[in-house]
Design a protein around this ligand. Structure first.
Ligand code: GLN
Length: 514
């Protein structure tokens, strides 16, 4: 029973629950047993609270029994990335800085999941503050790719993708600032969607780069992503950037194929740096669409070549501002003040004895020192790097040359997409330049890691919708992702385009042996 249950799609599981053929408690137990069995190897979760999950499942089962109305995801386990505030539960962002943070409120998407009667099964690992593409930046431990545990699962929603790939949850929620849903979805062989900026409320999402961040679903198929997106999406007065537009019934329309589909592929995305096997799989996928009746057009996005540079100015600038609140007073880890004061006193005494008045005058006051020590201890190296990059790019004298210029280029990138979408319905290409690399392989070279985001960051800069779906396996058995991009608020088109591919292929049904 257990293996059969956990390998089913979320839609199938909902069917079983609604038909009374399975209970939420059975389902939750099956997933908890799976987590017990494989998460020691994958380490997708930062925290799982089995008794709370089971209690919740039983409560939903009881409500079902007494014929009370139930929510859209009633009884279905859902994993949540550890940057979504959940009342009273640690929300760490995989950072020492927030190790002890327990928010006093729920993020809107958490509230929506609870209202939909989902069973929140655990909190997934990520790169610290969502900064990274490999999960190696988690302050706690790296998540491993279920297809090959010596490799990265991608990031920053690495735990979110890995837990779906290893069937430890049927649905999971991630966030994407420059590729963080799509990159791990591609590398772990699952489906993941980054909605249009404004489609999903960011209220209660710990901010990385506020003009780029979006929350979205990861699941085993486009159909399951549709189901989860339907619950996550919608206007929220608590997030002024969330857009007041009706949410289509994604899960109803997802299986309707797109007629007269026009596909575009971007010339610049098939050049230098793209792994030959990834290129082959993506080209094969494009041919697949063609044989389903789509027309295919070659496109150019001329400003795409500036996307990585633009992103790595704008994202760190916003991060440096967003992360200023973690000072040990308003938020976050505070240094051991006794040790700090003792150190300060010892220094003062020493300087006094030596008669070094200048150094004494320059000595930090206790408050400044406390900020410094708290931030030095609380943030990991990549987060510090981004804060420094952003602070530098925003400083007087550099602002115009970097930040303002980046905003101008961002407009041009968006305009390229607007032009392209006059001619095609979906833009298709690779998600990542290669399949998953080895843990440790690139960590010493930040620039190389940044370049890995080459195909995904422009989606966020333009604020449009993007998705990754599995489209092949490398000769070494590693998943390859297909990138689909659609104009703003065309998630429905994206999901239908993805489902169309999944109706004709079985890549999304492949599961790692773990
Ligand atoms: N890999 C990108 C980065 O490091 C994207 C991260 C994200 O989308 N959160 O910033």
């Amino acid at each position: 029973m257990m293996t059969t249950l956990i390998h089913q799609s979320a839609a199938e599981l909902l069917g079983l629950l609604n038909a009374g053929q399975a209970t939420s408690a059975e389902l939750t137990r099956a997933y908890l047993a799976r987590i017990d069995a494989v998460d020691g190897k994958v380490r997708a979760f930062l925290r799982v609270d089995p008794s709370a999950a089971l209690a919740r499942a039983e409560e939903i089962d009881a409500r079902r029994k007494s014929d009370k109305p139930l929510g859209r995801l009633a009884g279905l386990p859902v994993a949540v990335k550890d940057l979504l505030c959940t009342t009273g539960e640690p929300t760490t962002c995989a950072s020492r800085m927030l190790e002890n943070f327990r928010p006093p409120y729920d993020a809107t998407v958490v509230q929506r999941l609870k209202a939909a009667d989902a069973v929140l099964i655990g909190r997934t690992n990520m790169d610290e503050f969502a900064m990274g593409g490999s999960n190696e930046n988690s302050a706690f431990f790296p998540t491993r790719n279920p297809w090959d545990t010596t490799r990265i699962p991608g990031g920053s929603s690495g735990g979110a993708a890995a837990c779906v790939a290893a069937r430890m949850a049927p649905l999971s929620v991630g966030s994407d600032t420059g590729g963080s849903i799509r990159c791990p979805a591609a590398l772990c062989g699952v489906s993941g969607l980054k909605p249009t900026y404004g489609r999903v409320s960011r209220y209660g999402l710990v901010a990385f780069a506020s003009s780029l961040d979006q929350i979205g679903p990861l699941a085993g198929s486009a159909e399951d992503c549709a189901l989860l997106l339907e619950v996550l999406a919608g206007h929220d007065p608590k997030d002024s950037t969330s857009v007041d537009r009706p949410v289509p019934d994604y899960s109803r329309t997802v299986t309707e194929p797109l007629k007269n589909l026009r596909i575009g592929w971007v010339r610049e995305h098939f050049g230098e740096g793209l792994d030959a096997e990834v290129e082959k799989a993506v080209r094969e996928a494009i041919r697949g669409y063609q044989s389903q009746g789509a027309t295919v057009k070659e496109l150019s996005l001329p400003h795409g070549k500036y996307a990585v540079a633009t992103y790595y100015i704008i994202a760190p600038c916003e991060a440096s501002s967003n992360l200023a609140r973690y000072d040990g007073v308003h938020f976050g880890h505070r240094t051991d003040e006794k040790a700090m004061v003792a150190e300060l006193e010892a220094q003062r005494k020493d300087l006094h004895q030596r008669g070094d008045q200048k150094a004494l005058d320059d000595l930090d006051n206790a408050l400044i020192r406390m900020y410094r020590r708290s931030r030095a201890e609380g943030f990991g190296p990549e987060v510090k790097r981004r804060i420094m990059l952003g602070t530098y790019a925003l400083s007087a004298g550099y602002y115009d040359a970097y930040y303002k210029k980046a905003l101008q280029v961002r407009r041009l990138i968006r305009r390229d997409f607007d032009e392209a979408f006059k001619e095609v319905d979906l833009i298709v290409g690779p998600v990542t330049p290669s399949p998953a690399y080895k843990i440790g392989e690139k960590i010493g070279n930040p620039l190389e890691m940044y370049l890995y985001d080459l195909y995904t960051v422009s989606t966020n800069l333009a604020g449009i919708a993007g998705m990754s779906i599995p489209c092949g396996l490398s000769s070494t058995g590693l998943p390859i992702g297909l990138h689909l991009q659609a104009p703003p608020f065309e998630e429905d088109r994206l999901l239908r385009g993805a489902a169309m591919f999944q109706q004709a292929t079985d890549w999304h049904t492949r599961q790692p042996e773990i």
